[in-house]
Design a protein around this ligand. Structure first.
Ligand code: SAH
Length: 372
């Protein structure tokens, strides 16, 4: 089946032309898809055309399997189902400036970060551009008259830069004429720090905000939390971030989840500040969402304040991320795991053995993980 939602406008035109339809039908179909419509809802297409398309192609590759509305704020957590039976999560947050959707880029993840639930069973597969777009289309349909998604953060399950081509295609889809119309200035892409891909992204010259999951002030601690740090030393990752700043003129966001007894001491804050001096960046402190499968603890409010204070003293711009939808939540990947566990849909044998990021020539491995 042809994945129409992954296609640019011109590609949809070419596709319908090959089916013997006039090219302007392609523009109509493209716009319908970006409004979240299925073929049956494309009311300005002849019925015969709808039927023909339905046999050969898919308009909406994502649907909402379940949604959970927070009781403490307006946050909604979605479990999205994909056509092959896989599912991914998304979180819709309501800020004063509009709705933000956290979008997944892969089913699972192979980066193996010690605190993250998405990676516990490795990466099942990467999503197509249309499947990323489809998550936004589902959220827009869910919102209906209440509004639409204005901001997108690629911070759901998966490592966006490990699915580079599809992510770039998705970003370009967002700003196609007649499409969903989300400006790339309203998009943040979060990465665990794949250096070559960060540099390639900088060279694409797209005005997206880059978030870098740093989570440590030095390589020793970073390697305990993130196997990927065995492949890319922190200095190389920070250099790639500096390159991004230089090429795009945009400051980079550094994400830092505070883990008790690992990276949260005032000394860690001072060391971090030293490394970031002079860099056009902003540190986003994330309270650790505890994942039952990972025996890592978050920190107290006073530890967060002490850490922030050290950064402020060193004149490093920093804030603490607001926690939203705590009651429905779950950190990355928790909801999907709960569903998988409770329905026992997948068996252990189904999963890849790609949990750990294994670089060419070795270097990853068990020693890249916290001894849990
Ligand atoms: N793979 C990308 C994007 C997905 S995760 C990345 O690594 O950046 C989005 C953010 O949530 C990352 O900063 C990630 O490190 C963080 N995260 C994952 N699990 C978490 C948890 N249990 N508590 C707090 N933050 C978490």
């Amino acid at each position: 089946m042809t994945d129409l939602a992954s296609m640019k406008r011109g590609e949809v035109r070419d596709y319908v032309r090959n089916l013997g339809m006039p090219a302007f039908r392609g523009d109509q179909i493209f716009t319908w898809i970006h409004r979240g419509a299925d073929f049956a809802e494309m009311t300005n297409l002849p019925r015969s055309m709808q039927d023909r398309l339905r046999e050969a192609a898919v308009a909406q590759p994502v649907s909402v399997m379940r949604s959970f509305q927070s009781r403490v704020d307006d946050t909604v957590k979605f479990l999205f189902s994909l056509r092959d039976g896989n599912c991914v999560e998304g979180v819709l947050m309501h800020y004063h400036h509009g709705y933000t959707l956290c979008v997944s880029t892969q089913v699972g993840c192979r980066m193996g970060c010690a605190f993250c639930a998405s990676t516990l069973e490795g990466c099942v597969r990467s999503l197509s551009a249309g499947e990323m777009l489809g998550q936004i289309l589902c959220a827009n349909r869910f919102l209906g008259e209440k509004g639409r998604v204005h901001n997108v953060v690629l911070m759901g399950s998966g490592e966006p830069l490990d699915n580079y081509d599809a992510v770039i295609r998705f970003l370009n889809l967002l700003r196609e004429e007649g499409g969903i119309g989300i400006g790339l200035r309203n998009v943040s892409l979060s990465t665990c720090g794949l250096v070559e891909k960060m540099r390639a992204l900088a060279d694409e010259n797209l005005p997206v905000t880059l978030s870098l999951s740093l989570h440590a002030p030095n390589d020793r601690i970073r390697r305990m939390l993130m196997p990927v740090a065995r492949v890319y030393p922190m200095e190389a990752v920070l250099d790639a971030a500096r390159y991004y700043i230089e090429r795009t003129g945009r400051r980079v966001i550094l994400e830092y989840a505070l883990v008790d007894g690992v990276n949260a001491s005032p000394a860690c804050a001072r060391e971090l500040a030293g490394r970031l001096r002079g860099m056009q960046c902003h540190v986003n402190l994330i309270p650790l969402n505890s994942v039952p499968e990972r025996q890592l603890r978050g920190v107290t409010e006073s530890q967060v304040r002490a850490f922030l204070k050290e950064l402020e003293l060193a004149r490093i711009s920093a804030t603490r991320r607001r926690e939203m939808g705590d009651d429905i939540a779950g950190a990355c990947g928790q909801l999907r795991r709960h569903t998988l566990n409770s329905t026992e849909k997948r068996e252990a044998a189904d999963t890849d053995d790609e949990t750990l990021f294994s670089p060419e020539g070795g270097g990853g491995g068990e020693d890249g993980r916290l001894p849990l």
